[in-house]
Every structure is written in structure tokens, then in C-alpha cells.
Write a protein that binds this ligand. Structure first.
Ligand SMILES: *Cc1c(COP(=O)(O)O)cnc(C)c1O
Length: 367
């Protein structure tokens, strides 16, 4: 079976994990501190990097640090991983599902405009399939309506916007390092934050609210006499995970070129008669997934066909506003079409040339 996605690790990660195990200090310590420092250097950003236990945790506490909570509303595209919605409802706020642009999967701001209310506090755009070309318009929109922006950049670690790495621009950018993202820690995430007050909130919130504990942990110490000002969560990253992430970060350029090669091979060779390639900035994105639209209601048949040929595919995503917990009273036509047409082809660093060829041949032969 050709897998849809896969972690890609080597002896370097094993060695790093062994180093941490030999130290017999697995919690948050110097590996986390170094990981944060190395991410900051990689992104060439002036903002701070705060490592957490998952991308979901990054989104959750970024919202909390912005003051989002009970009775508030947050605008979010319906087409995203369930994590975006759960992170919003975890704060007590209500996720307000917005429609998307069919050509990109990005939030449709004309639709979002209709959903702004007195309670709207923030907007969470998703860098769908690593693309954030329209982010300037989101910041303009947020300014017009006085909203906070929390960027769900789970897909886009290593991508460029206006010639700079994602995380260079913007207020609050959330990354995921789960098993299949552009780089992995096993499980992990990070927040890139600009505002000093938000940064100090985040540093405490990730460690159960224990004030000032981050600096102690970096030195393998902890506070015994402490105060707590805020609701916190046990969301810090462990040295074990950070050690894996540090090795992955060293390899990111090779991951990027591998993925890019596969993506451009798909774009060039797929028969586009009943397929729509999304209109994304493929040259500048570090593609996490490669979703395409399958027209004429053939998506499910193609999915099954490929499965039978030993090729796994994915659906990124079914619309969240159709789920029981998040069901809306209104329709989101583009999201509903997208949810029925979208199909992700395999994309990971362990795909061989002949796998890619087999995938392309089978998709084309189906049509
Ligand atoms: C992976 C992902 C997340 C959550 O990240 P985890 O590290 O899995 O918690 C959030 N949003 C999107 C769009 C994702 O793909």
C-alpha cells in the first residue's frame, strides 16, 4: 500500500532520543529551549517561539491569551481539521463556520463579513494546503472589524509568504509538529507571537499557569513556591519530543525539495480534464498535502479505485459545519461542494519516483 502520509525519520532522530534518555530527564528542559531558539533562527523572525505539546494546544492557548472566551465568537473556515473548531470551543467561545474560496480552500472573507456580530472577537484563517497568499486581506479585514488574528499554520511550516518564512509576518502563528506534518516531533506544536504581554501569558498558560516557570524548566529546575494568575494547561513540550524536532529541522530543506518535486510531477502529469488543480502558490509553499478537486461526482469512485490499486488517499476535509456539535442553521455552498470533490493524493518524503508514476498512471487510467 502506498501511504497517503508518513513520518520520515532516520538514525539522527534515534541518536537524539537516546541522548535524552541517557540524561534521564524527559520533561521540558534545554532541548525545548534549543528547539525554540532554532525555530526562531530558521524563521528569521523577531517574534518569540513558544513550543507546546500539539498544534491544537497552540491554537487553544493562543485564543485564550488574546482574551477569547465564553460568549465570544471566532470566525473560522468550515474546511479545516476538526482541531481548529475544538480549539475554539475549548475556550468556551463559539466557532462561527465561514465559507471558503473554491479555487484555494481559503476562508472567503465576503462570506465571513456576513457572519460578524457584536460578539465576534477573533478570526482563525487556515493556511489550507500550506497556502496563505490571501493573508494580507485577512489582516485588513481584522483591522476593519477590530478582531484578533490567530493563524492556523499547521500545514505551512517552512512555506514562504512575500519572500519570508511563515512566522516572519503576523501576530500569532500556530504550527503543528504531529506525526505527519512538514516536520515532526512525534507530537508537538509551536506558537510564534509578537506581543510581549501575549508571550508572557503563553509561557505561563502552557505550564499549568505557574508564573515564571518556563525559565526554570529550561534549566531542568522548577518552582516550588509559586503563584498562579490564570487558568493554565499541561501543554508544554518534553525534551524527548523537542530532540526529535531539532533533528527534523536540520533536514527541512531536503524534505521541502522532495515534496516540491512530487507536487510538480503531479501538476505536470495528471490529466486535468475532470480534475481541478487548486490555485495555490506551489513554488513558495512547503506543501503538506496535495488536494485536488475531482469533478462530475466521481470523487468517491476514484477513491475506491485507487484504494483497490493499493493507493491510499485522503479527504481534507469534510465541512465542520455539518458535524453534530458544530451544525449551522445556514448553508455554506462552496464548503459543501469542496467536501464532496476534494481528494488528497499521497505526499510524503518516503515516496519513490515509481510510486508517484504509479499514482499518476492510475488516476489517469480511471478517467
Ligand atoms: C494538524 C492540524 C492541526 C492540529 O495539530 P495537532 O498537532 O495534530 O494537534 C490544526 N489545524 C490543522 C489544519 C491541522 O492540519
Amino acid at each position: 500500500m502506498i501511504r497517503l502520509s508518513k513520518s520520515f525519520l532516520g538514525p539522527q532522530e534515534k541518536k537524539a532520543v537516546n541522548r535524552v534518555i541517557s540524561n534521564a530527564y524527559l520533561g521540558m528542559g534545554p532541548e525545548v529551549k534549543n528547539f525554540e531558539k532554532e525555530i526562531k533562527e530558521y524563521l528569521k523572525t523577531k517574534s518569540s517561539v513558544i513550543a507546546v505539546s500539539s498544534g491544537t494546544a497552540a491554537l487553544h492557548i493562543s485564543l485564550q491569551a488574546c482574551g477569547v472566551g465564553v460568549n465570544d465568537e471566532v470566525l473560522v473556515p468550515s474546511i479545516t481539521y476538526i482541531a481548529s473548531f475544538q480549539a475554539i470551543s475549548a475556550t468556551g467561545a463559539c466557532p462561527v463556520a465561514c465559507d471558503i474560496d473554491l479555487d484555494t480552500g481559503f476562508i472567503d472573507l465576503n462570506d465571513a463579513k456576513k457572519r460578524v456580530s457584536k460578539r465576534t472577537k477573533a478570526i482563525m484563517p487556515v493556511h489550507y494546503a500550506s497556502d496563505s497568499s490571501q493573508m494580507d486581506m485577512v489582516y485588513k479585514f481584522a483591522k476593519d472589524f477590530n478582531l484578533k488574528v490567530i493563524e492556523d499554520a499547521a500545514h505551512s511550516f517552512g512555506s514562504l509568504r512575500e519572500g519570508k518564512k511563515i512566522g516572519f509576518h503576523g501576530d500569532l502563528i500556530c504550527f503543528s509538529f504531529d506525526g505527519i506534518k512538514n516536520i515532526t516531533c512525534g507530537e508537538g506544536g509551536a506558537i510564534v507571537a509578537k506581543d510581549q504581554n501575549i508571550i508572557s501569558s503563553l509561557l505561563d498558560i502552557r505550564l499549568l499557569g505557574v508564573a515564571g516557570d518556563s525559565n526554570k524548566r529550561y534549566l531542568k529546575q522548577r518552582s516550588w513556591n509559586f503563584d498562579v494568575h490564570k487558568q493554565g494547561w499541561r501543554y508544554h513540550l518534553s525534551d524527548l519530543m523537542a530532540a526529535i524536532g531539532r533533528e527534523q529541522l536540520k533536514k527541512i530543506e531536503s524534505f521541502h525539495s522532495k515534496r516540491k518535486e512530487i507536487v510538480f510531477s503531479y501538476i505536470k502529469n495528471l490529466n486535468k480534464r475532470e480534475i481541478k488543480i487548486l490555485n495555490l502558490d506551489y513554488a513558495n509553499n512547503h506543501q503538506h498535502i496535495f488536494p485536488i478537486r475531482i469533478l462530475n461526482k466521481k470523487r468517491n469512485k476514484l477513491k475506491e479505485y485507487l484504494e483497490n490499486k493499493g493507493i491510499q488517499t485522503g479527504i481534507h476535509y469534510q465541512p465542520n459545519h455539518l458535524l453534530k456539535k458544530y451544525r449551522t442553521k445556514y448553508n455554506l455552498p462552496n464548503s459543501e461542494i469542496f467536501g464532496e470533490e476534494i481528494l488528497s493524493l499521497p505526499l510524503h518524503c518516503d515516496l519513490r519516483k515509481k510510486d508517484v508514476k504509479k499514482i499518476i498512471q492510475n488516476v489517469n487510467s480511471f478517467f
